[in-house]
Design a protein around this ligand. Structure first.
Ligand code: AMP
Length: 409
């Protein structure tokens, strides 16, 4: 479906063609008409489906054709990176539309406070915020959300996982009950359904195919012992001199430093990003990676959700993510839109059971490639692993504790 069929504002259509958007994605096709008709909406859709434009475009259309007197639209997102990215898309689309926006997020050095305060008290049309920082401003009493007509919760499942439920409810208590509410979530667990019943009115439900990486991603895996992992990633990187964007994910911050050290020893230019960095440092690292000044980025899952970086050729999962959905998010960083990309996962003996659950979730077997001969043999594929979901060895069976045993200890 072409964008002009939505009867969007002309200036907005001009902005779209300027950005090279021609055909709507599935979520856009389903959501835009409903949002334009003021319906509440709950949408199950991952990042990469075009969900941001699905809510930003109809909101900008309405803003372009209505009188505004205060904050009109409030968008809440779980992480600073996602909030920044949503606001950047708004700025791109609204180039030709008379609408202004501000992004409010925590974790900086405090220098943004006055700028945010000014924007929040001067009739900004769209506020994109992380929950904690918005609450901090609300507590000061100068933020007026009583003219809000549209409330959007993005990555709602992630927000609940991060413990933001109370903050969200507090924020909603400042917004008029008569409003349009849109909720986007990558997964639809019971707690999300429950929240949707509380805050949405007779919503339209949209579900875009879930839990499968984009078609263009070539997925493969190596079975490795831990000691083989860093030599393997060096080999993978050296084999692909024409790859300009390589993203390596690992589950822990300490592993980020370890991998960086190993790559640097091998002479690879790489940078790392984790929640240890200050927000402005994170932004700078991301900007260098986006603009291809840095070829290799090593990151924790902070980056795996929601972040849109174009032209990533290769994703390496240094370890198997604990949460199967995180695999889909990590792998979703490559092959965005119509591009193609490669996602490689390194699986040690502990992670085999976990990886099998990922294969069940994505409903396909991922190709296991033999290790390069110089690295020797890796472990055998064995999913009847003696390790539990968290990677621990379960206690021996047959041994029952009783109080007498405890007393002996
Ligand atoms: P999102 O799922 O909102 O994070 O969007 C993923 C990426 O797809 C972003 O880079 C968007 O700019 C891009 N995108 C969204 N909708 C379209 C479209 N209709 N045509 C081309 N690119 C799009």
């Amino acid at each position: 479906m072409k964008f002009d069929e939505f009867k969007l504002n002309e200036a907005l259509l001009e902005g779209l063609s300027y950005m090279g958007f021609e055909k709507a994605t599935v979520i856009q096709e389903q959501a835009i008409p409903q949002i334009m008709q003021n319906r509440d909406l709950i949408a199950c859709a991952q990042t990469g489906t075009g969900k941001t434009a699905a809510f930003v475009l109809p909101i900008l259309h309405k803003l372009a054709t209505s009188e505004r007197t205060g904050v009109n639209t409030l968008i809440i997102a779980p992480t600073r990176e996602l909030a920044i990215q949503i606001e950047q898309q708004i700025q791109g689309f609204s180039y030709f539309v008379n609408a202004n926006s501000v992004v409010v997020y925590g974790g900086g050095d405090g220098s943004g406070w006055d700028k945010e305060k000014k924007a929040l008290t001067s009739d900004t049309d769209i506020v994109v915020a992380t929950p904690g920082k918005l609450i901090a401003h609300l507590k000061m009493g100068y933020v007026k959300l009583d003219k809000v007509e549209h409330l959007i919760l993005d990555e709602a499942d992630k927000m609940l996982d991060m413990g933001f439920l109370n903050d969200i409810q507090k924020i909603i208590s400042h917004i008029p009950e008569k409003r349009q509410t849109l909720m986007f979530s990558a997964t639809m667990p019971a707690k999300i359904r429950q929240l949707s019943k509380q805050i949405l009115k007779n919503p339209v439900e949209i579900s875009i195919e879930m839990s499968k990486p984009a078609e263009g991603v070539l997925q493969a895996a190596y079975l490795t012992f831990d000691a083989q992992k860093t030599p393997l990633i060096s080999t993978l990187i050296e084999d692909k001199p024409d790859f300009t964007g390589i993203l390596i994910f690992t589950s822990t911050k300490s592993k980020v430093s370890e991998i960086l050290r190993a790559l640097k020893r091998k002479g690879h230019a790489a940078e790392g990003i984790s929640s240890d960095l200050e927000q402005n440092e994170r932004n700078e690292v991301l900007t260098r990676f986006r603009s291809k000044q840095t070829r290799i980025l090593v990151a924790t899952d902070v980056l795996s959700r929601g972040i849109d970086i174009k032209d990533i050729n290769l994703i390496i999962n240094y370890d198997v993510p604990g949460d199967a959905e995180d695999y889909v998010h990590r792998v979703g960083r490559t092959a965005r839109g119509t591009a193609t990309g490669i996602a490689i996962t390194l699986i040690n003996e502990k992670d085999m059971g976990r990886f099998k659950r990922i294969e069940e979730l994505i409903e396909r077997k991922v190709l296991k490639i033999p290790l390069p001969t110089e690295l020797g043999d890796g472990p055998e594929w064995n999913t009847k692993s003696t390790f539990d979901r968290r990677g621990f060895k379960p206690k021996q069976k047959g041994k029952k504790w009783n109080n007498k045993d405890r007393r002996k200890k």
